[in-house]
Design a protein around this ligand. Structure first.
Ligand SMILES: [Zn+2]
Length: 223
């Protein structure tokens, strides 16, 4: 007969096991929990016991009503694009703790697992944001030009609406503040204004864009 040291309790009821998963998940203030995190943060049972009891770690999480960390299918591009969206929503660099539902589709753990650390994820993100310049194409201005007016028609090299990447560049430069009054702006209140108006031939490039609040954007009118 072989004896093994066993410091963990293998004899909890199903309910106790699930309660304990919930407890650790709440303690870590995470909506997701890996088996390793459970073991390392004071799980009363071993994650192996839990997995065996419920036919897999994820099945146990499901039963406990705790989110499942699915990391293997997330590509770097998905993570970077998600970070781009979160950045634009906040108007600024998110903290790792802010990377959670509903703001973010992926938790900080996804970034740490894929990039090595949150900091490294940010470094790659900055490279990603700076990597591609705006596609320069010939665009005929689609602005309706009154045939009676003397307004010249401008042939734009850029598209009127800035890309997500360009928006982040503007936010990185201006911060999430209106350039005219300094008020903090987030979400739909962030306006990316053409300094030289689009209708006056202004291009959608970093140098010609600025962050404005809604009232100032409205006041400026022709953006
Ligand atoms: Zn303002």
């Amino acid at each position: 007969m072989k004896f093994e040291l066993n410091f963990r309790n293998n004899f909890g009821t199903d309910q106790e096991l699930l309660e304990d998963i919930k407890r650790i998940s709440e303690k870590l203030k995470q909506d997701k929990l890996t088996s390793r995190e459970y073991d390392e943060n004071g799980g009363q049972f071993s994650s192996g016991t839990v997995s065996r009891r419920f036919g897999g770690w994820n099945k146990a999480l499901e039963k406990a009503g705790v989110g499942i960390t699915v990391l293997s299918n997330i590509s770097k591009d998905n993570l970077l694009q998600n970070l781009e969206e979160v950045w634009i929503t906040l108007g600024r660099q998110p903290t790792s703790r802010e990377m959670r539902q509903p703001l973010s589709n992926y938790s900080q753990r996804g970034y740490i697992t894929t990039f090595g650390s949150w900091r490294k994820a940010l470094v790659e993100f900055v490279e990603y944001i700076n990597s591609a310049s705006e596609p320069v194409e010939e665009h005929n201005s689609n602005e309706t030009v009154d045939s009676d007016s003397q307004e010249p028609t401008y042939k734009h090299k850029t598209k009127r609406i800035p890309s997500e990447r360009l928006k982040v560049q503007v936010l990185m430069r201006d911060g999430n503040k209106c350039r005219l009054c300094g008020v903090i702006v987030t979400g739909d209140n962030i306006h990316f204004d053409h300094i030289t108006p689009w209708s006056k031939g202004g291009e959608t490039v970093l140098e010609n864009l600025q962050v404005l609040c809604a009232p100032h954007n409205l006041a400026k009118g022709d953006c």
